[in-house]
Design a protein around this ligand. Structure first.
Ligand code: ZN
Ligand code: ZN
Length: 341
């Protein structure tokens, strides 16, 4: 489902290929040149963004935790948007310490020592323990002796093979993984990217516009109030096809070299605040509607997990953690940055 990030990873491989092969590579950036309306979403070219003078938006006004984002009011093609910059080093959350992700050895066999793995096909959130990597992955994902051998190679005696360097993380976190990097638990630690900042701007309309039909989500879905992005679904089938487990931490996030720390799901651990007894506000969807915590008791949600409320207006509740998604779709008009990401 997460085509945009797959695209990013592919593009990264493509760039690497260009560098390594010294071939002249070019990509089609034609969408960069204009602001165009494509059905439900507007493709934004950064050149078209007009910063409205003196309009820094106090992040506390919008609910964002201080310290991780800058919010400004901008105008794009006559419509006002909030531009949210996550300028922190690789989009780190300000409200908790990330990790852990992989279990490292036979002693890492409690919920505390590893993160989680989400498998939407089985509808489960698994704890990433030594036992999970040693035994459960075979039960879940092995169809043959050959599969068994690859999954078994993730364990070396009492130790787990995991990406214990920046080099290994980068090579195992791409869309096409070379065989020498298979059979690993994949984690990218923040210290691997200490010297790097990923600057990215996201836009959502000041006044959301509800559409008649929901639209598919491509890539980034929204921004949590701690400044971390809600990303699309993790490409679980691709990840397990290389006999890897790209673990999430208990908050549903992990780091890749391209977008930094990001969420594939929400487990209720992120920064937020209660707007009423049933609504803990945790972020914004890119169509401008607010996202509240998951509430399994609700029975009136639409296809996009949204519903109307007399006081809160139209809003979403984030999906159940086991679904490997934050939101299934958007009901409002979104803007997306075109090309070049
Ligand atoms: Zn991811
Ligand atoms: Zn609600």
């Amino acid at each position: 489902m997460n085509k945009k990030n797959d695209y990013k990873l592919l593009r990264f491989s493509f760039v690497l290929f260009c560098l390594l092969s010294l071939f002249a590579c070019s990509s089609d950036d034609s969408t960069d040149d204009d602001v165009e309306t494509e059905e439900e979403y507007i493709v934004i070219d950064r050149d078209e963004v007009v910063l409205l003078e003196g309009t820094d938006v106090d992040e506390t006004t919008l609910g964002f935790a201080e310290g991780n984002v800058e919010v400004q009011l901008v105008e794009i093609d006559g419509t006002e948007y909030y531009q949210v910059y996550t300028s922190n080093q690789i989009s780190l959350p300000v409200d908790y310490d990330m990790g852990p992700w992989c279990a490292y050895d036979v002693d890492d066999d409690t919920d505390e020592e590893g993160g989680i793995w989400i498998d939407n096909e089985h509808g489960e959130v698994y704890q990433v323990t030594y036992d999970f990597l040693d035994t459960t992955v075979n039960e879940l994902y092995s169809d043959s002796d050959e599969d068994d051998a690859y999954w078994d190679a993730m364990i070396d005696g009492d130790n787990v093979n995991y990406t214990n360097s920046r080099y290994l993380c980068i090579n195992a976190a791409v869309a096409v993984v070379e065989e020498e990097y298979w059979s690993q638990c994949v984690e990218c630690l923040p210290e691997y990217f200490e010297d790097e900042t990923i600057e990215e701007a996201y836009y959502f309309p000041v006044t959301p516009v509800k559409l008649d039909q929901p639209s598919d989500i491509q890539g980034t879905q929204g921004i949590a109030l701690n400044g971390v992005i809600f990303d699309g679904s993790a490409p679980v089938d691709d990840i397990i096809s290389y006999y890897t487990i790209a673990a999430f931490d208990d908050a549903g996030g992990h780091i890749n070299p391209f977008v930094g720390y990001h969420y594939h799901t929400n487990t209720g651990l992120t920064y937020g605040f209660d707007e009423d007894d049933d609504h803990r506000f945790i972020g914004y969807a890119l169509d401008g509607y607010k996202i509240y915590e998951h509430d399994e008791t609700l029975t009136d949600l639409d296809d996009c997990n949204g519903h109307d409320d007399d006081d809160l207006g139209y809003h979403y509740h984030i999906s159940d953690a086991a679904t490997n998604e934050n939101l299934p779709c958007f009901y409002g008009q979104t803007a997306t940055t075109g090309g070049g990401r």
